[in-house]
Design a protein around this ligand. Structure first.
Ligand code: URA
Length: 472
């Protein structure tokens, strides 16, 4: 029997070293006894001897599976992985495609659980602002993952919050980022989290709460689904949960108000037949499509003109907004109002030339209600977004961008065909037919109250655009 003791937690390096040595000795899985508990140990001196053992060539998919499954809490994980590796080395082909194989099936479940846990940490971890004596700020978060995922989840936070100083405390390890390097540390306790808490007003948390309130759709309230997606154990760390009871209580009244407002909005629905007729005309160029858009009537009357997309055909990046605003409607060009100016500034900061990007909207006409001398923007309904999808898809098929960026939930709905939670799913996303990326709409940034929260929201938006530039 060969005893192998790895470090407690996700000891990927230790596992790899042990596998090298075991394979070099031709140790069969049934001859190895795996256990965890500091320090890494392989029959006495893992470090010294493993250096001599050659690397083990594994199929890429098996290597990727090892990286996630070592993060699972399952005590048998190393034994299971070594059995899989042994079979891969024996020449079994397309091993991971054998879904009915009990070992493959079991490992697939472990892999899925770890991925889900990482996703939850990315979605539900919330930083709290802790003022520093020098007037600066540092951010601290407490999170309780199910598995040993802290290091695997870390790159996301480094990328998203690169310009902040932050600490993430969890019962399975901690992370600290000082704007330059990432340090890992020992497990923390809730008491340490409380010691790090501050009674000062938490503007960062307030920003999250307001964002949640502004994106909450009372017509889609489904408490069971909300609980399933955001399990109770995360609630204590989420600033926005304070807003949920009030939002749920007011949902029926708000839905009724929405229905009344819809009924009061005059409608001249373009019959589906008309859209079908246009599709039959099958425009062969973007210019032809644009002529069709210009000749079509707005779905909701009032707009001065259709606002066409702008930018070079063949642009690597296409950015899709919601719908034209007041100034766009007047000038007939996308993103020339306040949100557009903010977008231009953020693009420039991210090193993206606005002139080289194709800019367009999910909905091509401005929709508004008149209040005195002002035309107040009204968000498009799901039906209206669907109506304009044909235009958008045809337009993008002419532009052929490498990456399509959805600004906000309406654009994400138009591009993916489903309702997208921007905060939770922010980042790369496969749209129907295009590589995509989801981020917030610049008008959201305009609504965030002034202060650190606003600066952070803007910095996150610029960071997203930098990722977009890298991906495209
Ligand atoms: N907001 C949008 O989504 N599009 C525009 O063109 C302007 C503001």
């Amino acid at each position: 029997m060969l005893p192998v003791t790895l470090r407690e937690g996700a000891d990927l390096d230790g596992f790899r070293r042990a596998v090298r040595r075991l394979v070099a000795r031709r140790a069969a899985p049934e001859d190895v006894v795996w256990s965890s508990g500091a320090p890494s140990l392989f029959g006495g001196d893992a470090e010294g001897e493993s250096g001599d053992a050659p690397p083990v060539p594994l199929p890429r998919a098996v290597g990727a599976l090892v990286e996630t499954v070592v993060c699972h809490r399952e005590p048998e994980r190393h034994a299971l992985l070594y059995r899989l590796i042994w079979r891969a080395l024996a020449g079994e082909r397309a091993l991971l495609d054998q879904h009915a194989d009990p070992l493959v099936h079991r490992l697939a479940l472990l892999d899925k659980a770890v991925r889900r846990d990482i996703h939850k940490m990315h979605a539900f971890l919330r930083f709290r602002e802790v003022p520093e004596p020098d007037g600066g700020a540092r951010y601290v978060a407490w999170f309780e993952p199910d598995h040993f995922i802290v290091e695997a989840a870390a790159p996301f936070f480094v990328e998203r919050f690169e310009s902040m100083v932050w600490t993430i405390l969890t019962p399975v390890g901690s992370l600290r980022w000082d704007r330059r390097s990432l340090m890992t540390g020992p497990p923390a306790t809730r008491t340490e989290r409380l010691a790090d808490d501050s009674s000062a007003p938490d503007r960062f948390a307030e920003g999250w709460r307001r964002y949640y309130e502004s994106t909450f759709n009372p017509a889609r309230v489904n408490p069971a689904a909300m609980r399933a997606e955001m399990p109770r154990k995360y609630w204590a760390n989420l600033p926005e949960t304070a807003a949920i009871p009030g939002l749920l209580r007011s949902a029926p009244t708000r839905v009724q108000a929405m229905i009344e407002a819809e009924a009061a909005t005059p409608r001249r629905r373009m019959p589906d037949k008309a859209v079908a007729a246009m599709a039959r005309q099958a425009p062969e160029t973007l210019a032809e499509l644009n002529r069709l858009i210009q000749r079509s009537e707005p779905l909701v009357p009032g707009a001065t003109q259709a606002v066409l997309g702008e930018g070079p055909e063949g642009a690597a990046i296409a950015i899709v907004g919601e719908q034209p605003g007041d100034q766009e409607d007047a000038q007939g060009r996308p993103f020339v109002g306040p949100a557009g100016r903010l977008l231009s500034a953020a693009l420039a900061e991210a090193g993206i030339d606005r002139g080289g990007v194709y800019l367009t909207n999910a909905v091509k006409h401005f929709k508004f209600v008149q209040r005195g001398g002002r035309r107040i923007h009204q968000s498009p309904t799901t039906g209206e977004v669907k109506h304009y999808r044909w235009w958008l898809r045809t337009e993008l098929s002419f532009v052929r961008p490498r990456l399509v960026v959805a600004l906000g939930a309406t654009a994400a709905l138009a591009l993916s065909g489903r309702s997208v939670s921007v905060l939770r799913e922010r980042g790369p996303m496969a749209f129907e037919g295009w590589d995509g990326f989801v981020t917030v709409h610049p008008s959201y940034l305009l609504r965030v109250p002034d202060g650190d929260g606003k600066r952070q929201a803007y910095a996150d938006f610029v960071a997203d655009l930098r990722r977009v530039a890298a991906l495209a």
